[in-house]
Design a protein around this ligand. Structure first.
Ligand SMILES: [Zn+2]
Length: 241
């Protein structure tokens, strides 16, 4: 066993025996690591906060390749005070963590963590959680292998696009469109922006609610029909919002 320090976020925390917890940390560079946090249920334990769900920071542990590692200590980088004061935002955080770990399991790509981290920090900064989550969902499509073509007509390559076709996998022009409903130009433009934006650079969001709601509906529908990802946290979120 060797001692390592990794950045990450606790995505699950389960009581274990009288005083301990078993946690899963989604780490920046090493995927998902299972850890035992011995004695962490005690109020006096230095592992109490680092072993809580959504603890985010640097974790020090005895690392084991196969089986559970042992948490030694943790430095919390951000307590997500803003998110944790709002049940809706907590639901988004729950969903984002569940989605990200599923997308990671599909792709094994560390960029999945980076995108999740940026999205969570933006929500903590006070940006609209629904829009930030939609941006993340769109950017995750490539890691799920169900990318949409949001550059030009997915059938013929024309730049004169009129709507989005989920079944065809991207924008379509008037010639290639069959029975897809037409979409507002603003919706079409924003979808592309969501897809390409650097999440860490988003500073303000000035998007009409009907436009952002439409985009949310489209992304939900695409995930439901094509992603194969079914998450309990998504259902809870939908019931809440
Ligand atoms: Zn076309």
């Amino acid at each position: 066993m060797k001692i390592i320090s990794v950045d990450g976020i606790v995505i699950s925390s389960t009581p274990f025996k009288e005083s301990s917890k078993i946690i899963n940390i989604f780490t920046k560079d090493m995927g998902i690591i299972g850890c035992i946090a011995k004695g962490s249920k005690s109020l006096k334990s230095k592992l109490r906060l680092p072993s809580e769900k959504f603890a985010y920071g640097t974790f020090h542990m005895y690392y084991k390749d196969n089986g559970l590692s042992t948490l030694i200590d943790g430095d919390i980088k951000n307590h997500f005070i803003n998110i944790k004061s709002d049940i809706i935002k907590i639901s988004y955080l729950t969903y984002i963590c569940e989605l990200a770990s599923n997308v990671f399991k599909e792709s094994n790509d560390n960029e999945v963590y980076n995108l999740m981290e940026q999205a969570i920090l933006k929500i903590e900064d006070g940006l609209d959680p629904k829009i930030i989550t939609n941006v993340l969902e769109l950017q995750y499509l490539q890691y799920l292998g169900i990318n949409l073509n949001l550059d030009n007509c997915v059938k013929c390559g024309s730049s004169k696009i009129v709507t989005l076709s989920l079944s065809k996998g991207g924008y379509v022009c008037n010639n290639c469109r069959t029975n897809e409903p037409l979409l507002d130009e603003k919706v079409l433009k924003l979808l592309r922006l969501y897809y390409y934006v650097d999440i860490s650079k988003i500073s303000n969001l000035d998007i009409d609610k009907d436009v952002s709601d439409m985009i949310n509906t489209i992304i939900d529908e695409y995930y439901e029909q094509y992603s194969g990802v079914y998450l309990k946290s998504k259902k809870i979120l939908k019931d809440l919002t």
